[in-house]
Design a binder for this molecule. Structure first.
Ligand code: TXA
Ligand code: MG
Length: 355
């Protein structure tokens, strides 16, 4: 398949509608268009067309029981495809358009292929103007998982999408680097009007708690137990794991530094904070350093994580080390992605506790 790459990075907002004409035509014919959102790039198809959904699963190499998010251009468009409720609208008032996905009971016009056979469907209204204009012009929801091959880190630039999906989709829209860089916060509204957090993202537990009581699903921070059923099918799949083993180090900076210094592996990669680069460069041999942001700037670290994991994966290392992020605020999202990339391997360098 020929993939048409369209660069919209410098197109003014008022011209977007015209520029997206071809993309809309592709979607109408059941084809696939990868597009930017504020979180990560999405691999879009007509959410109401089961054949388009099947093509998405095939292009990504994704198991077909892992459901897709449907993207709408207005929060109220969800009424046509799902059974919305008061809590949905409270969440929408505060956080939509934006990086929040809400699981709701589906109506019949979203085919089972899109929702992975479930009776619920995930709804998101992105704020990225290319994404929003594309959905609006298409006139129906766009089903879109992250536009990466299954198992590789989500794409935060068009380059990543091209690396994974060239020849597998009809069009890739280049719309610059994603501002957030981690996928949306996913919540489920329970029958008692409480909220369960299924996937952490930029919208934090504290922010959600302003709307309704929040419970954090255990799989956000823990590995699924053997035999445990995932409340979100995506939780059960291994994610973003680099080829070389990633090990997270938990401890003070000085402990982490000493540990890496004493490591005897032939080749290693270290993800570190900007402030640590100078010291690490001076002291470590056979080590590739990847700075992912200032120590206190978790948003910046979040924005760069996936791009760095892709960079690291271009080489073979005996081991990759990274510090364990805090679980506070948006840190929980970073923590969740990093423990998955590390397959839950954490070495605890703090005294008196076992990792
Ligand atoms: O930021 C994002 O959410 C991006 C952009 C493109 O919007 N999309 C994204 O989609 O990350 P995806 O498919 O890579 O991740 C969606 C997750 C999956 O883990 C899936 O299992 C879960 O949402 N999910 C989808 N529908 C669900 C449902 N009905 N119930 C529970 N989990 C669901
Ligand atoms: Mg994904």
């Amino acid at each position: 398949m020929t993939t048409n790459i369209v660069n919209l990075t410098t197109i003014p907002s008022e011209n977007l509608k015209n520029e997206l004409y071809d993309a809309v035509e592709i979607l109408k014919k059941g084809g696939l268009v990868a597009f930017p959102t504020e979180t990560v790039y999405g691999l879009g198809g007509d959410a109401t067309n089961p054949d388009a959904a099947r093509k998405i699963f095939e292009a990504k190499g994704r198991p077909s029981d892992n459901p897709l998010i449907i993207h709408v251009s207005e929060p109220s468009d969800a009424d046509d495809y799902t059974y919305t409720n008061e809590i949905y609208y409270k969440l929408a008032d505060r956080f939509m358009p934006g990086p929040l996905t809400v699981i709701l009971k589906s109506k019949e016009n979203i085919p089972l292929a899109t929702r992975g056979g479930l009776d619920t469907v995930a709804v998101r209204c992105p704020i990225n103007e290319i994404a929003r204009c594309l959905i609006k012009e298409f006139g129906k929801p766009i089903a879109a998982p992250s536009a990466n091959l299954s198992g590789s880190p989500s794409p935060t630039s068009a380059r990543h999408v091209i690396d994974d999906l060239l020849g597998r989709v009809d069009m890739i829209i280049d719309g610059r680097e994603c501002e957030i860089g981690l996928e949306s916060t996913i919540v489920k509204i329970e029958d008692d009007d409480s909220i369960t957090l299924l996937r952490p993202g930029k919208i934090t537990v504290d922010e959600l708690a302003c709307v309704a009581p929040v419970k954090v699903a255990s799989a956000v921070t823990e590995d699924l137990k053997i035999g445990e059923i995932a409340i979100s099918p995506g939780m059960k799949y291994r994610h973003y794991a680099p080829k070389s083993p990633l090990i997270l180090l938990n401890g003070e900076n000085s402990d982490i530094f000493r540990y890496i210094l004493s490591d005897e592996n032939e080749s290693k990669a270290v993800l570190c904070y900007d402030e640590d680069i100078a010291l690490y460069e001076k002291s470590l041999v056979n080590t590739d350093l990847y700075a992912f942001g200032a120590r206190e700037d978790i948003s910046e670290q979040a924005k760069h994580l996936f791009a760095i994991l892709r960079e690291v994966d271009k080489k073979n290392f005996d081991v990759i080390y990274a510090p364990v992020p805090s679980k506070d605020g948006i840190g929980l999202a970073l923590y969740n992605r990093m423990i998955r990339a590390a397959a839950h391997t954490i070495i605890n360098l703090k005294e008196g506790r076992n990792g």
